[in-house]
Design a protein around this ligand. Structure first.
Ligand code: BGC
Length: 749
């Protein structure tokens, strides 16, 4: 048979929904592209199979309120049955970005490693670590039989109260996009789909299921959408989760501007799924570009895909080609990460628990931020005799964030019986005690604990000690924002009282956001440990005693108070929408806020807004101390300014000028012609021995200094002189500069 005849025959065979011969099943041929294989599969699928592929079912058994777990499901955020005749695996879908979540908490063996919060991962300024983080979580997901992971989040942190900032990667699009991309690649290296979320502008949780985020196209493209663009183009996630909120009048999951953007402008081939309860229509959503409805049986007003989609297609309201495209995209996503060729099966092998916990710890050690260190009180000497540890359940563990990303640690979480007991609670601590880790580092020292609720008792203990370490906590969770920036309860009074004893005071914060620190001048050192993950206790101890030199930086500006932020007053902030109810379109809106206009910070999120308004926050983006010092001695630019694809690399020479080995987060910023504000263009983490000098090459993302032109539909660099500077943080006046003159040019898509 001639080759052309062979092709003809095979195309006839695959155009009917049956498999004639094994050799026609060339979707099994791993040497073909994911695109070709997915297309071939769609051709042989029945309508029923396609419809099945694009709607997931809820798979958590939460008792009688919920439907039973579907047959075959492992019991997680959602499930789609497989299609055995075509070797299409079941989609076992699990949360989320910080680690594998076991929502049932019924199988002790399903406990997992949790990464530290997103502020730590981004604050490490280290793509390699982000890749390792994703790879570890991906491996744990695969090991448990999951092939779709509902993380990572790259929504920009625009407000220091936002409930999910701990799941996101800070306020800067270049940092969030690049760290997100590396994490996505890590997850997908394990044959597990990564889901970038929540697309888009899910910047606050207040009334998240109804709020309409208003933002101009240019401002949107240059802020949150830029983070998504970078994460999607560089990370190539198989899946995107559209957000709960509306954007400019339309729900995200039926918003054709949003859903077409990745597909049309960014070359995105994967699929877009709804958030749980984010589906609102059949025809509108399908035509806008939604590809999969998630857990609709439990969360949406009704099931919009499934039977309703079938009928809409039969009536010609949704073209058949749209369903084919949805199915194609899901299959492409599964094939491109290897989930098709390497089906995830719950493994009976032991996993490398120590190795995984070590990765989580390494990330915490690289991302925890030393904010203040008067007279170099830290690192503490191991010869210290008596240490008082106060508060924060530090004798037992470290705080974690609440909601769908809540991981159950090995050994079980320690639950706070006093706070909220229902979802997104209870407030949970991972059993990694900083106090125990400290005692292990200084076995000779007398380490004593006071809970902190009784200030008199705490002060008594402190006065008998050589140094006090106060652990102050503030919980954040999905589904609501913090009402303010204050440390809850008596913690401020406690710290003031302890500081009055005159003993050296170290404050360790475990918070989901920046907090006000009215006692700052009265304490010696402050360490922001965010939510430091399942090995957080050891990471904190190692930093306090100098086993590790802190190198984390702030990935979110730290305002002095809410008076400094772009949106000081948000109506009903801190209140919680009843998350157990599906969103009823006809339900009166109880939250009091239905529109949120991003017209104050616009594209100038975080430090760019502070620069613009000439406000000095308490600590700027990029800030963080070390036990050593660094100096930049040179910056040189290596340009290829071709009109089609201009690229720029900064060669930065950095020196460790102190006496200790350490690592610097090298940050390169750019200022556009006739502008005064600088924007992060590139970054890297560089380890330097005491006295060592290194030159590092940092690729710059020029979109940060380009204008998105909505009418022309492109990114444009204006003509003029750009200042490129390497400096210790976003608002610093120190640093070394270079200038480059550019002609007006467009950036390639
Ligand atoms: C969250 C998502 C999560 C989903 C599934 C939703 O409430 O917003 O981030 O992946 O639940 O648990």
């Amino acid at each position: 048979m001639k080759l052309s005849q062979l092709f003809l025959l095979s195309s006839i065979l695959i155009s009917v929904p049956c498999i004639g011969h094994a050799e026609t099943a060339f979707w099994k041929n791993t040497s073909l592209s994911a695109e070709a294989r997915a297309k071939a599969l769609v051709k042989v699928m029945t309508q029923y199979e396609k419809l099945q592929l694009v709607a997931s079912q809820y798979a958590v058994d939460n008792g009688s309120k919920h439907l039973p777990i579907p047959k075959g499901a492992l019991g997680s955020a959602a499930y789609v049955p497989g299609i055995p005749r075509l070797n299409i695996p079941a989609q076992q879908i699990t949360d989320a970005g910080l680690g594998v979540v076991n929502p049932n908490h019924i199988r002790p063996n399903d406990a997992a490693t949790s990464l530290p919060s997103g502020q730590i991962l981004s604050g490490a300024f280290d793509r390699n670590l982000a890749y390792e983080a994703g790879k570890m979580v991906g491996a744990e997901a695969f090991h448990r039989g999951f092939n779709v992971l509902l993380g990572g989040g790259v929504v920009l942190s625009r407000d220091p109260r936002a409930g999910r900032n701990f799941e996101y990667l800070g306020e800067d699009p270049i940092l969030a996009g690049n760290i997100g991309a590396a994490e996505i690649k890590g997850v997908q290296s394990q044959h597990v789909v990564s889901t970038v979320k929540h697309f888009a502008f899910n910047n606050i949780e207040t009334n998240r299921k109804k709020i309409d985020m208003k933002v101009g196209e240019k401002e949107g493209r240059e802020s949150d959408l830029l983070a998504f663009e970078i994460a999607i183009k560089k990370g190539n996630p198989s899946s995107i989760m559209c957000a709960y909120n509306k954007v400019n009048g339309d729900y995200s999951c039926e918003n054709s501007y949003l859903l077409q953007l990745p597909k049309k402008d960014w070359g995105y081939q994967g699929y877009i799924m709804t958030d749980w309860g984010g589906g609102h229509s059949t025809v509108k959503a399908a035509k806008a570009g939604l590809d999969q409805e998630s857990a609709a049986d439990q969360f949406d007003n009704k099931i919009y895909f499934g039977k309703a989609l079938k009928e809409a297609i039969a009536k010609g309201e949704v073209p058949q080609s749209r369903l084919d495209d949805m199915a194609y995209r899901v299959l492409y996503g599964l094939i491109q990460v290897g989930a098709y060729d390497y089906p995830a099966v719950k493994s009976t092998q032991t996993e490398d628990i120590a190795g995984h916990e070590a990765i989580s710890q390494k990330i915490a050690e690289n991302g925890i931020v030393l904010l203040q260190n008067k007279q170099n009180i830290l690192p503490l000497a191991t010869s210290v005799k008596k240490i008082a540890i106060i508060g924060g359940k530090a004798d037992q563990g470290v705080l974690s964030g609440g909601g769908s990303s809540q991981v159950t640690a090995r050994g079980g979480n320690i639950k706070d019986s006093t706070g909220i007991q229902t979802w997104p609670g209870p407030i949970s601590y991972f059993p990694s005690s900083p106090m125990k880790a400290i005692q292990a580092l200084v076995p000779e020292a007398k380490v004593q604990f006071a809970k902190g609720n009784n200030i008199v008792e705490a002060v008594k203990l402190v006065s008998q000690s050589d140094v006090v370490i106060v652990f102050a906590t503030k919980w954040s969770a999905e589904s609501f924002d913090n009402a303010d920036m204050r440390l809850p309860g008596n913690q401020n009074q406690l710290i003031e009282a302890v500081a009055k004893t005159g003993k050296p005071v170290v404050v360790v914060l475990e918070t989901g956001n920046p907090v006000e620190m009215p006692w700052l001048n009265n304490v010696d050192a402050v360490v922001e440990a965010w939510f430091p993950g399942t090995s957080g206790g050891s990471a904190i101890a190692n930093i306090l005693f100098g086993k590790v030199n802190p190198s984390g930086r702030l990935s979110i500006s730290w305002p002095k108070s809410l008076a400094q932020v772009p949106y000081p007053t948000i109506t009903n902030v801190g209140q919680r929408w009843n998350e157990d109810d599906p969103v009823k379109e006809d339900k009166p809106d109880l939250s009091g806020i239905t529109t949120f206009n991003l017209d104050v910070d616009k594209a100038n999120v975080g430090y760019r807004w502070y620069q613009d308004k000439k406000i000095m926050p308490l600590y700027p983006f990029g800030y963080g101390l070390s036990y050593t010092t660094f100096k930049y001695t040179k910056i040189a630019l290596n340009n290829n300014l071709s009109v089609k694809n201009p690229t720029m690399i900064a060669e930065v020479t950095v020196q460790n000028t102190g006496k200790k080995d350490g690592a610097d987060a090298v940050q390169v910023y750019g200022t556009m012609p006739s502008d005064t504000t600088s924007r992060l263009l590139g970054f890297d983490k560089v380890a330097l021995k005491a006295g060592e000098t290194k030159t590092v090459s940092i690729p710059l993302d020029l979109q940060a200094v380009a204008n998105y032109e909505p009418k022309a539909h492109h990114w444009e660099l204006s003509a003029g002189t750009y200042t490129i500077v390497v400096k210790p943080d976003a608002l610093s006046n120190e640093g070394v500069k270079a200038a480059v003159h550019l002609n007006k040019m467009n950036l390639a898509d």
